[in-house]
Write a protein that binds this ligand. Structure first.
Ligand code: C5P
Length: 226
């Protein structure tokens, strides 16, 4: 028998990464950002010059590459991401990766391999894991499932603030909204394990809530139910 699993799913830019990292810290759980795995593979595909529609070539690549997620020195820092001995922590957040990742994450061979790795990583439980299909497919037996949402407008505003803080503030709110909307559309309409709220997930709309408030709400739910 395994330790509990907390599954956090939701659309792009709802604050899943920050919130899940903090929950993991508060509850003493491992943390897994599954989006980072799809992003790292996308980076490698683009880097290799493989056409993003070339499913056989990408299937071959995913079966051979090695993705490593290394927790930061302190829990405030994002996880460091490596693929085939190259550090891609920052590179996987680029616009080019972000706008191509959904097409690659929709491919059956890609999902099969990465889901297998995610399930292996969480087989003993004791993990807070975030993505799009964790509560529905990767760990359908998770003890606590959260579906984190926010309006597109709010998510675009937060994204713009993040970019400003990093000194990359030259993308308009309209354009950010369009990119978020487009990625959610692709992720929720794909055939395989689309973005969807699990029937037994608790939905939290984070509009107007701080990260600390969202974290505290989820930690309280964990203590209540797990
Ligand atoms: O969470 P993040 O925005 O980093 O995810 C990047 C992309 O990876 C998503 O837009 C989606 O296409 C894909 N993804 C997925 N399944 C997951 C996590 C992410 O398909 N469990």
């Amino acid at each position: 028998d395994r330790q509990p699993i907390v599954a956090i799913d939701g659309p792009a830019g709802a604050g899943k990464s920050t919130v899940t990292r903090q929950i993991a810290q508060a509850l003493g759980l491992l943390y897994l950002d599954t989006g980072a795995m799809y992003r790292a593979l996308t980076w490698l595909v683009l880097q290799s010059g493989i056409d993003i529609q070339d499913e056989p070539a990408i299937a071959e690549l995913v079966s051979k590459c090695e993705i490593q997620l290394v927790p930061g020195e302190n829990p405030q820092e994002p996880v460091r991401v490596w693929i085939d001995q190259q550090e891609v922590t920052e590179a996987i957040r680029d616009l080019e990766v972000t706008s191509n990742v959904s097409a690659i994450a929709a491919q059956p061979a890609v999902r099969k391999e990465l889901v297998k790795q995610q399930q292996r990583y969480g087989r003993k439980g004791g993990i807070a894991i975030e993505g799009r299909d964790i509560g529905t497919h990767v760990f359908p037996d998770a003890e606590l499932k959260i579906f984190l949402t926010a309006s597109v407008q709010e998510r675009a505003r937060r994204r713009q603030q993040d970019l400003k803080n990093q000194g990359k503030g030259d993308i308009s709110l309209d354009e950010l909204e369009r990119l978020i909307y487009e990625r959610d559309r692709k992720d929720s309409t794909r055939t395989l394990a689309p973005l969807q709220k699990a029937v037994d997930a608790i939905e939290i709309n984070t509009d107007g809530l701080t990260i600390a408030e969202v974290r505290d709400r989820i930690v309280a739910l964990y203590h209540e139910r797990v």
